[in-house]
Write a protein that binds this ligand. Structure first.
Ligand code: KG4
Ligand code: ZN
Length: 356
């Protein structure tokens, strides 16, 4: 290979991912082990379980991409690994594995910021110049930022409590959607999107959060409490036990989906207006990139499209497979840093990391 090669490793949450990529962004091999099934059964991620599963899978996942790409460890120009932010126990597995690997093979190391990798994944799909606006919405993340360079991000807003995917997952659990015949094996967000299609959102009203907050932050915990109260009341009125599926679950799903979508769209609209006022986006073809597991929701995308159409921005959504956690986005971030010669460490350097 004339092109330099990067091995990317991701273990920040519940996915063990790896990929080998060349300097042009060509994926030579990728592998992903998801722990979602296990965590779905326990009703959430237990960090020690996630750590154990990462430990059980990391070597296999990395060997798989090296074998598939036919690349020997000594042919790599760098190992790029997520060092923050994420679950400390999960991050630790990828980092420890990577440090052993680079010391054994004397490979340079590129520490990767998980959010920055999410934000820049779009550039693997198309040559999008800086700056652009990014909205990341998933089970663990929720922020708005201006990506100004590969290592320069202006954070405009973030969630003050929980991420929207987490809220949808918790509401789906409270609605017992895992038992719903149409929702088997779906994530909470997917189940709510599916049921919402048959629901009437006007049958329930949930107050949109942060109407009086003149910034670009988000909040979802209050909506979740309102939903919980409505569910309690409805169960009481209908004489239904907790644990049974409500006949109006689809109406609740439609209302909650609408409330969350409109909150996200309003905060994004504020961010766009702020960027325009401050000249933070280019005059010609300014873009909003939306990524994260929740971004695969069609209703949310439509709400965001209304906002970008009204403000003359282009809306870009990377394919769902690249929106969720994976090794490819980490390798790509490594490639971008390698090309620019930024953030590269020797295998001898002491690597520090904080989970946050
Ligand atoms: O990015 P992701 O796979 O993992 C992390 O959170 O890091 O996102 C998973 C989240 C879950 O909370 C899931 O409920 C949500 O994304 N999600 C959705 C949809 N598909 C997945 N939320 C709303 N609508 C969907 N179609
Ligand atoms: Zn992520």
């Amino acid at each position: 290979f004339s092109s330099r090669l990067v091995l990317g490793i991701e273990t920040s949450c519940d996915d063990t991912g790896a990929a080998v990529m060349d300097e042009t962004g060509l994926i030579l091999a990728e592998s992903l082990h998801s722990q979602k099934d296990v965590h779905l059964k326990t009703g959430g991620i237990i960090p020690m379980v996630a750590q154990r599963l990462h430990k059980e899978n990391i070597a296999r996942v990395v060997h798989e991409v090296l074998d598939k790409s036919g690349i020997g460890p000594r042919e790599l120009s760098a190992v790029a690994t997520t060092v923050k932010p994420g679950l400390a126990l999960s991050l630790g597995v990828g980092l420890e594995y990577s440090l052993n690997f680079i010391q054994q093979h004397k490979t340079p190391f590129i520490p990767i910021h998980h959010m920055e990798a999410h934000a820049l994944t779009v550039r693997l799909i198309q040559p999008l110049p800086f700056p652009f606006l990014v909205l990341l919405i998933s089970g663990g993340h929720c922020f708005l930022a201006v990506a100004r360079d590969i290592d320069d991000f202006l954070l405009l807003g973030q969630t003050l409590d929980e991420a929207p995917g987490d809220t949808l997952d918790k509401i789906a659990r409270r609605l017992c959607l895992a038992k719903h015949p149409k929702c088997a094996m779906l994530s909470g967000g997917q189940a709510i999107e599916l049921l919402a299609q048959e629901g009437d959102r006007l049958k329930f009203h949930f107050k949109s959060p942060m109407g009086q907050h003149y910034d670009c932050n988000f909040s979802f915990a209050g909506v979740r409490n309102q939903v919980a109260q409505s569910i309690n009341k409805t169960e009481e009125a209908e004489g239904i036990q907790q644990g049974e599926i409500l006949s109006c679950a689809n109406d609740i799903a439609a209302a909650i989906q609408h409330t969350i979508a409109s909150h996200i769209a309003k905060r994004t609209h504020r961010a766009i207006l702020f960027c325009k006022a401050k000249g933070l986006l280019p005059q010609s073809n300014p873009c909003l990139v939306v990524s994260g597991g929740v971004a695969s929701n069609t209703y949310f995308r439509k709400a965001l499209k209304i906002v970008t159409d009204a403000t003359n921005l282009s809306l870009l959504c990377p394919p769902p497979k690249l929106c969720t956690d994976n090794g490819v986005m980490i390798a790509w971030n490594g490639v971008e840093k390698l090309r620019e010669g930024r953030g590269i460490m020797s295998y001898n350097d002491e690597v520090r990391y904080e989970p946050k």
